[in-house]
Structures are given as C-alpha cells and as structure tokens.
Design a protein around this ligand. Structure first.
Ligand code: AMP
Length: 335
C-alpha cells in the first residue's frame, strides 16, 4: 500500500489488570497485523488507569510489563509508534479543551460511567466522569482515521466523533472524525469457568482467565477445569457455550476454522479436548513468554523504546494542539 493511502490507526490498552488471552485474541494480534498496512499509534493508557483505585507500584510495574509484552508479541517500534500516555503531556492539555466543548449531559449519559460509579460508590471521581473526553483527546491528537474498539467503547467513540464535529463546526476543520473498527478478525473469548461472561483483565474469577504470562502448568490446570456442557459432542452451538468458547480459542490459536477443529476432535472426549486446547495455547505462548523474559530484564531498552516513542508521538500531538490553541484564542507569543 502506498504511503499516501495509509490510514492512521490509534489503539490503547489500559494497564489495569494483567493482559489475558482475550486481549491477545481480540486486540493485540490484530494490532500486530495492522502495522503492515497502516500507520499505527499504540498507547499504554496509564492516565486512564487512575480513574479507578490503583496501587502506584502496580501501575508502574504493569506499564513496563505491557511494553515488554507489546514487543514480545511483535509490535515493532520501527513500524509503529509505541508509547506511554502520561509521557506525552498534550493528552491532558487537549482533554481540557475538549472538556470545555462537551456538555455535562452528554458525559452523564455514558453507560460505563454509570456502571463504574455504581460498582464503586466510594470513588466516583471527576476523572472517571471525564474519561471519555480524555479518550477523545487521545484519538483526535493524532488525527486518527480508524480506532479498533470493543463494543464497550462504542459509546465513547461516538462521543469523540460528536465533539470532533462540534469543534470543527464551531471553529474550523481541525480534527479528522474517526471511524471505529469493530473486532475486525473478531472472536470474543469467555471466562473458562463462566462461559456466559467475557474473559477480562480484572475478573474476580481468575481461575477462568488465561493470563499471557501464566506458565504451562497453570495454563493446563485452568483448561482442565474449564466448564463444559451437557452431552459429549464437541461442536460449536448456542446451547454449548463452554465447548464453543474452547473451539474458538483452539481455532484462533491454530489458525484453522471451527469446522476443522470440530472434525479434528469428533471422536475425542471432553477431557482430551481440553488438554489439547491447553497444550495449543501453552505452545503458542511459550516463545512470546521467552521473548518477554529477555525484554523485561532489559529495563534500559524498554526505557529507550518509551522515550523514543513519546518523542515521535509528541511531534504529531504538538501539531494538533498548536492548531487547537490558536483556534480557541490562546495567545501564542513568539519564543
Ligand atoms: P480491556 O482489557 O477490557 O480494556 O480491553 C482491551 C481490548 O482487548 C479491547 O479491544 C477488547 O475488545 C479486547 N478484549 C478484552 N477482553 C477480550 C475478550 N475476552 N475477548 C475478545 N477481546 C477482548
């Protein structure tokens, strides 16, 4: 694809909770793929992490772990811009301007704010309320065309589009209005112990979550305990959510179709099937984990990737922010 046609893709992961197989299948693998076709900007969104209770030492440690894992799975700082959100001060600055262009009523309608504040009534902070305008700033700073998101972020992206359009109309065209990409090669992975709910970084049911850094023994134990369904057929069907989830994981990891996976296990028991899925996942994660171990031990290299990534991001962010500051009327004295 020629440089001219390349779209700008923005994607961010919040370092709250440890990265798990759902993140890998639903987001990270696609991020690796998209590097080949687009100009990708990938962020570790630490500023979003402090909207909920968060232990400072954990946040710092996870930020490094996330960067090491990003690199270990194949995100490449030569192809994409990889950086930590708080290292680029323009995010907070644009967020303030966008706050002043967002109506209280619009932000109040966000269902994620309602859910999170209901879950944790002791810490309904203003940052949690303003989360969507910071997210809008993240995206709009880079004039992103495409934002891969899960369904849970759809309403936030809509708000980012509304605010971008409003700013463009009120002042003059400034922001690209971004489109969402919804689960391009998507598979949604469910918790192994509760196939009715999505596997998540912060699930309480951790025995049903495969973390990317789980060792082989842990992975095998979790798959052996995975909930299956009535009967003994290994087929993907609505009344078989446990088996369907395992078939989905297997087919994605092995790069085969669900039908091929069903055929492979047609005369096998649930127990054998679960062992095979566990082994496939452990085999797949092994080289990633080996690479991760090398990287996490090399803090100087991770620092270098973070610093260089932030410099590249800041150059782009500055362009947009300077335009925005000029348009809203902030004086810009010659320096
Ligand atoms: P989260 O960890 O919920 O902040 O999600 C970060 C990204 O990973 C989003 O793009 C999600 O859609 C994706 N993701 C998280 N969990 C899963 C899952 N269980 N299945 C598929 N995609 C997921």
């Amino acid at each position: 694809m020629s440089e001219q046609q390349k779209k700008i893709v923005y994607s961010a992961l919040k370092p709250t909770g440890d990265l798990q197989l759902g993140n890998y299948i639903g987001a990270l693998r696609n991020m690796v793929r998209m590097q080949e076709e687009h100009d990708c900007i990938y962020t570790i969104a630490d500023m979003h992490s402090i909207t909920v209770d968060c232990v400072p030492a954990d946040l710092r440690r996870r930020t490094y772990e996330f960067m090491a894992l990003f690199l270990a799975i194949g995100l490449d700082p030569q192809k994409s811009i990889l950086f930590v959100q708080s290292h680029v001060h323009q995010h907070a600055e644009l967020a303030w301007v966008l706050n002043c262009n967002t109506q209280f009523g619009e932000a109040r309608r966000m269902t994620q704010f309602k859910d999170k504040s209901a879950k944790n009534p002791e810490n309904v902070n203003v940052g949690l309320f303003a989360y969507p305008t910071l997210m809008a700033a993240d995206i709009l700073l880079y004039q992103a065309d495409l934002v891969p998101i899960g369904k849970d972020q759809k309403q936030h992206l809509e708000l980012a589009r509304t605010v971008a359009e409003r700013f463009n109309n009120r002042y003059s065209p400034t922001f690209v209005v971004p489109d969402g990409i919804f689960n391009t090669h998507g598979a949604k992975i469910q918790n192994l112990l509760d196939p009715s709910s999505k596997m998540g970084k912060t699930d309480d049911n951790t025995e049903g979550v495969i973390y990317l850094l789980d060792d082989r023994a842990t992975i095998m134990r979790k798959f052996k305990r995975a909930v299956t369904d009535c009967g003994h057929e290994i087929v993907a069907r609505q009344d078989k959510p446990g088996i369907t989830n395992l078939l989905t994981i297997y087919s994605v990891i092995k790069g085969c179709t669900i039908k091929q996976a069903e055929a492979e296990f047609a005369d096998k028991s649930y127990a054998d099937f679960k062992l095979a899925v566990g082994e496939a996942v452990a085999d797949h994660l092994e080289p990633i984990q080996a690479k991760y171990k090398e990287l996490i031990a090399d803090k100087a290299y991770l620092d270098q990737v973070m610093v260089e990534g932030a410099q590249k991001a800041a150059r782009l962010a500055d362009r947009t922010l300077a335009k925005v500051y000029r348009k809203v009327g902030f004086a810009q004295p010659k320096r």
